[in-house]
Write a protein that binds this ligand. Structure first.
Ligand code: ATP
Length: 603
């Protein structure tokens, strides 16, 4: 019978098999752990890449939003400047540039995604290859361990730690590579963004240049229009004044100063240009003017009638307003007026102030005042501060052909109080002499001269307008004043100058070639202001009292002489009819001066 018990060699081979099995099992466990570890590392790596990808996507989205904003901004600009074809071209070129930049961004994004996908696959494949080679080397180690019959456990542990270190090293180097590539991509994106910024700056520069050139053109057009409008406004205002007549004559009938006086003059109830006079003998006369200012009119209402021609001065026209009439008829009251209810002088200058302030944004106005007195045909400066106030000034024609008065004081006024003070100062210097006709009769002509310099800051043009406000000396007849000596000389000088003024205005109104400006100082001094397209208003003052009828008729004769215009058509007929009906006499009975004057109203 054979020995059934296991021999020593059997036993040792079974132990060996069991050890080998243990080794294999252990190696598999190690492999399993390694695989799990590797999987974990790969997952982490993928998560990191995903996160980076998301960040990149965010950056790209942000860039796209900025591009969209830029496009909106440019479209907004485009809408504001639609009329410009060139602008549209520039902006559409810009939009195209931005569109191509967006497309470039999208392409980059896609390329990045594809690259990342490819890289991930490569990495997985590399990981597989590495794993296989690792496994081969581990198996080799196991084989040598089995052959060498050494300490399997410690060998396996060494192999496992080696394998782990090997895998870690590879993973780290791969991650480093990825990080490096991501960094490069980030740098590339940064560069792209910088390029885009530069392109945007260049485009914006071009847009700005285009806008500037368009704005300059637009501004030029506006300037041209503005100039044309200014000229049109001036022309229209001038036409309005011319339509009413460049030389106009108004009557102002002073109210009765005493209730005991009888009014011998009345205004026609149907025609505001006709007055009726009744002589003490009972004879009736009717006379016509451009307008008869109703007696009840306030100083303000009278100025309203006068103000349109005052405004012409602001536009560079010369304007003359004369107060004519016999002594005591109210000339000084109309021009100067009492301090509590000032007359035309102060109101006119204040209106020039107001008008200059209204237009002050574009035009710089300088208003200067001088006050001249003509007494016995001599010029005196009423604003002179020199001690020798009695010395007279002379008229000179300068190189440019304009008449000037060398040494004449010219005050710039910048406020209403300046105006009041200068006018007050001048009027106190006026020569006043007592006559039989009026205890305070002014025996001289007083001219308040206002020069308006207008400098247009927009067009660069300068205009100079001159307003002459003339309070003439009383026009009483020499025979009535009982004047002798100095007073007779004064009266003769006054009458001569008034008569010459009448001749000048008459010649101008008739359009005569020769105008006798040089016959007296008054007309010589006003020559520049009466010539050409200047405007003249003569306010003929009439006293209503029966005792002054002769003086009133004399003033009316003067008015009719200077206001005479040959008029044709229905207006002339209408006025003649009105005069005839009211006097109750036929045309033959009416004096030659009753020939109607032009009937246009000032306002
Ligand atoms: N519209 C008026 N309302 C009330 N009073 C008036 C009016 N016009 C004149 N007067 C008065 O009549 C008087 C004479 O007026 P004023 O001195 O103005 O006359 P004048 O024509 O200037 O005289 P002269 O030629 O002598 O200077 C003054 O007392 C003045 O106050």
């Amino acid at each position: 019978m054979g020995d059934q018990s296991p021999s020593h060699s059997d036993y040792s081979s079974s132990v060996e098999s069991s050890n080998y099995f243990q080794q294999c099992k252990y190696i598999h466990e190690v492999e399993l752990v390694n695989m799990k570890l590797q999987m974990r590392i790969l997952e982490t790596h993928l998560e990191t890449k995903d996160r980076l990808l998301r960040n990149l996507e965010d950056i790209i989205d942000e860039q796209e939003t900025r591009i969209a904003n830029m496009e909106d901004f440019i479209q907004g600009r485009t809408a504001a400047y639609t009329p410009s074809t060139v602008m549209l071209h520039g902006i559409s070129a810009l939009s195209l540039d931005f569109g191509s930049l967006s497309e470039e961004n999208l392409r980059l994004k896609e390329a990045l995604r594809a690259g990342q996908r490819k890289e991930r696959i490569n990495e997985l494949m590399e990981a597989d290859e590495d794993y296989e080679s690792d496994m081969t080397s581990v198996s080799g180690e196991c084989d040598s361990a089995r052959n060498g019959n050494s300490d399997v456990m410690s060998q396996s542990a060494i192999v496992a730690s080696k394998a782990r270190a090997f895998i870690d090293e590879h993973q780290i180097s791969r991650l480093k590579r990825c990080a490096e590539e991501l960094k490069n991509e980030k740098d590339e994106l940064k560069r792209l963004s910088q390029d885009m910024k530069d392109a945007f700056t260049v485009c914006m520069g071009e847009v700005k240049l285009l806008l500037e050139s368009k704005t300059v053109d637009f501004f030029k057009v506006l300037m041209e229009r503005y100039k044309a409008e200014m000229e049109r406004r001036k022309t229209l205002h001038n036409q309005l004044v011319e339509l009413n007549g460049n030389i106009r004559v108004f009557y102002r009938i002073r109210p009765l100063l005493s209730i005991r006086d009888q009014a011998a003059i009345r205004i026609d109830s149907m025609d505001e240009g006709v007055v009726h006079l009744e002589h003490s003998s009972g004879r009736k006369t009717s006379r016509a003017a451009d307008f008869v200012i109703p007696t009840k009119y306030s100083q303000n209402e009278i100025f309203d009638k006068v103000s349109p021609i005052v405004t012409s001065c602001i536009d560079g026209y010369n304007v003359c307003i004369f107060a004519y009439g016999h002594t005591g008829s109210g000339k000084t009251y109309t021009m100067e007026g009492p301090s509590e209810d000032p007359g035309i002088n102060q109101r006119a200058i204040l209106q020039l102030f107001e008008a200059s302030q209204e237009r002050g944004n574009d035009i710089e106005y300088t208003i200067k005042l001088s006050m001249i007195e003509i007494y016995n045909d001599k010029i005196r400066d009423l604003l002179s501060t020199s001690s020798s106030t009695s010395s007279s000034l002379t008229l000179r024609r300068d190189d440019s052909g304009h008449l000037s008065i060398p040494g004449l004081e010219c005050r710039q006024v910048t406020s209403p109080s300046d105006v009041t003070n200068v006018l007050k100062e001048g009027s106190t210097s006026r020569v006043v002499a007592a006559t039989d006709a009026n205890a305070n009769s002014s025996r001289s002509h007083v001219i308040v001269r206002v020069n308006v310099h207008a400098k247009n800051n927009v067009t660069g043009t300068t205009t100079i307008g001159r307003l002459n406000l003339v309070d003439l000396a009383g026009s009483e007849r020499v025979s009535q004043t009982n004047a002798t000596g100095q007073l007779l000389k004064e009266a003769q000088a006054i009458n001569k100058s008034l008569s010459e003024l009448g001749n000048v205005v008459f010649a101008l109104r008739q359009g005569q070639k020769h105008v006798p400006f040089r016959n007296c100082v008054l007309t010589r001094l006003l020559e520049d202001s009466l010539h050409g397209d200047s405007k003249t208003l003569v306010l003929v003052h009439i006293s209503p009292e029966e005792t002054h009828v002769c003086e009133s008729i004399s003033s009316i004769n003067f008015a009719e002489k200077i206001g005479q215009v040959q008029m044709k058509g229905p207006a002339a007929f209408k006025r003649a009819e009105s005069v005839r009906k009211s006097t109750g006499v036929g045309r033959k009975d009416a004096s030659p001066q009753t020939t109607p004057k032009k009937t246009n109203k000032l306002n």
